[in-house]
Design a protein around this ligand. Sequence first.
Ligand code: UDP
Length: 337
Amino acid sequence: MRYLITGGAGFIGSHLAERLLLRGDHVVLLDNLSTGSVENIRHLKSNDRMQHHFDNIENRQLVAELVDDAEVIVHLAAAVGVKLIVESPVRTIETNVNGTQMILEAACKKRKLVLTASTSEVYGKNTNVPFHEDADLVLGATTKGRWSYAASKALDEFLALSYWKEKKLPVIVVRLFNTVGPRQTGRYGMVLPNFVKSALDRVPLQVYGNGKQSRCFCDVRDTVESLLRLMDTDKSIGEVVNVGNTEEVSIEALAQLVIQRTASSSTIQYIPYDKAYEPGFEDMMRRVPCVDKLHSLTGFRPHTPLNEIIDRVSAFFREKTVRRPAPPATLATSIGV
Ligand code: UDP
């Protein structure tokens, strides 16, 4: 099969591309490298079943060509990361809404299967965990920038489901819950890579708020397995499906666990939300998926234990540090170290 992955040089996209190539499929990646990176796919570039285009999803002609050539489209390109969203709300809304619209419109002409990535953020402030796919979405005020991400993704979901209902375009909507693993960068605020990096550097781990808020962390390998299985069954078409792990941990306990597993001497520093993000920032206290639907459609549930995930992420950052070249002696001298 021939897959087009938008956002293919991103964290999840690169892992998905790797798996597809391993099983013998053809993969075309489209990525503007805004949050993805060449580094993520360097090891795949020599594979003759892979092509890549470093361009914007707004390039209508290119998107039309790539969609035409593909049999299945996996739409992962989006503005992600709470920090990025709070700092660049215009980019978030435009990328997420326009990008999805472009893909659905192009795919519709030839009725290509589209799997589009949404997010657990859409459940917003709903406190009724675990979240079922048909639960109410409880978003905060439009004056609070964080909710623009959830709203833009909810609109993407409406659009995708409408293309299915009205135009019979086969779509699958997946709501991804905190996905983690090697290659994820902490640059856009994601907690686990930031904690692991701080622990390895022996600097304080910054816990936002009181740390009692909780999340469930899903290994990217389990996420990819779920996506592949969902795309391999017609039963998923027209459905919204949660993809996540159900092992819940508070952020404070996560920080302690990371310190313990990396044998770090780091301490924990508590930072008020106002300072970490922006005044008036609202977090969600718990976010736990119900994955019964994923299981009934695919026979699979994400299962990688948190300890193993933390070890994999720290191994990745350790290796990255080893590979990072030391600064040249002259530079070290010139800045007086
Ligand atoms: N968080 C934290 N320290 C960090 C980054 C994030 O305490 O360096 C918190 C954040 O406030 C949230 C949780 O960790 O409560 C998960 O944050 P992330 O941005 O990874 O994902 P979210 O679930 O908020 O989309």
